[in-house]
Write a protein that binds this ligand. Structure first.
Ligand code: PLP
Length: 388
């Protein structure tokens, strides 16, 4: 079933991935197996499920689906995106080194610097738009390259295939945080990555009603190590949340099509607005990563950020507080549009001087463009920008 599903066309794949009618009732939707344990007929005689931290049928269906939609062999679901990232870093030992992007989700940076550095893991942060920077940072201890593309919040692009070549040459694993693109737009395993990570909270769930994370990979040995970490450390999602993400995946392709259409309209509207400074969106043909994005993605998505010509913080605050359809909130990837201030919200855990050095200004505004009618979204932004 799994191999057949990988070869399906996108829309069919997203709807059928990992799900089969429930064997006991024929229910078309995977039931929510709200149970902590499973009855055995004799010690060790069970149906493949012993204790729900290790196995749960709803989670199993989701993990199958995650593998299918990322063109991988194995999926693992976690209780959050950061729990999935945490599991990957736990593959490492003290003394090991990681090369990570200098522009990425603030919570990933916080996990690396505030939790794992004290266990003796060393992190190097480089601008991954230039693969040579990665090559330069490699040492004999480099075990992992961690990249996010497009990045949060500056929408920088990393050439996944080129980084995979460097990783292979130096026997390091390559993990790609594919949250911003979603599997509809980009499949890093096909480009040579070893592990794909998702905050399923975002596009996979798609409805702002669940916190969850995912890893997808091809190597059986690596899967065993990560499954061991998943069950030993216990950051597993509950069955209700697995159901919600399974349901979200079924409409991922149609949602993403609209996110992309709306994203394009709003990026162009912002760029033509006289009060807007820079607009960061990888679908502009003069974006530095445009050619790579065109090659490795199937569309440019609905995530973007922008500055105002008036660089005072009060101007940004006025826009952030004046939208009505764009809700001021952390997170992204839901059907509703969100507006965010990275410096004080999603990226507040990155020290200011680090942020500024890497181009994340205090007045940067990030948008997660939802799937409402684009004209209404444009009007909302136009009024808010007019409030300055
Ligand atoms: C790119 C990216 N990676 C990882 C995460 C962490 O995911 P979660 O919030 O599900 O733990 C986020 C959350 O915003 C994110 O934007």
């Amino acid at each position: 079933m799994h191999a057949e599903q990988i070869n399906m066309k996108t829309g069919t794949k997203f709807i059928h991935a990992g799900t089969e009618p429930d064997p006991s009732t024929g229910a078309i939707m995977t039931p929510i197996y709200q149970t902590s344990t499973y009855v055995q007929s004799a010690p060790g005689q069970h149906k493949g499920f012993e204790y729900a931290r290790s196995q749960n049928p709803t989670r199993k269906a989701l993990e199958e689906a995650l593998a299918v939609i990322e063109n991988g062999k194995y999926g693992l679901a976690f209780s959050s995106g950061v729990a999935a990232t945490d599991a990957v870093i736990k593959l490492l030992s003290p003394g090991d080194e990681v090369i990570a992007g200098n522009d990425m989700y603030g919570g990933t940076y916080r996990l690396f610097t505030k939790v794992f550095e004290k266990f003796g893991i060393k992190f190097h942060y480089v601008d991954m738009q230039n693969v040579a920077n990665i090559e330069q940072a490699i040492t004999a201890n480099t075990k992992l390259i961690w990249t996010e593309t497009p990045t949060n919040p500056l929408i920088n692009i990393t050439d996944i295939a080129a980084v995979a070549v460097v990783a292979k040459k130096h026997n390091a694993l390559l993990c790609v945080d594919n949250t911003f693109a979603s599997p509809y737009l980009q499949n890093p395993l096909d480009l040579g990555a070893d592990i794909v990570m998702h905050s399923s909270t975002k596009y996979l769930g798609g409805h702002s009603d669940v916190i969850q994370g995912a890893l997808v990979l091809n190597d059986a040995n690596l899967r065993e190590q990560l499954y061991f970490i998943q069950k030993s450390c216990g950051a597993v999602p509950g069955p209700m949340d697995c159901f919600l993400v399974l349901r979200g995946i079924k409409t991922l392709h149609v949602r993403m099509q609209r996110h992309c259409e709306n994203g394009e309209k709003i990026a162009h509207f912002l760029r033509s607005h006289p009060a807007v400074g820079e607009v960061f969106w990888c679908g502009f043909d003069d974006h530095p990563g445009y050619e790579i994005a065109k090659r490795q993605m199937r569309g440019f998505g609905g995530m973007m950020s922008f500055t105002l010509k008036d660089t005072r913080m009060e101007a940004a605050t006025s826009v952030l507080s004046s939208t009505h359809l764009f809700a001021l909130a952390e997170s992204l990837g839901g059907v509703e549009s969100l507006i965010n201030h990275p410096a004080s919200m999603t990226h507040a855990s990155i020290p200011r001087e680090e942020r500024i050095k890497n181009g994340l200004s205090d007045s940067l505004i990030r948008l997660s463009v939802g799937i409402e009618d684009a004209d209404d979204l444009i009007e909302d932004l136009d009024k808010a920008i007019g409030s300055i």
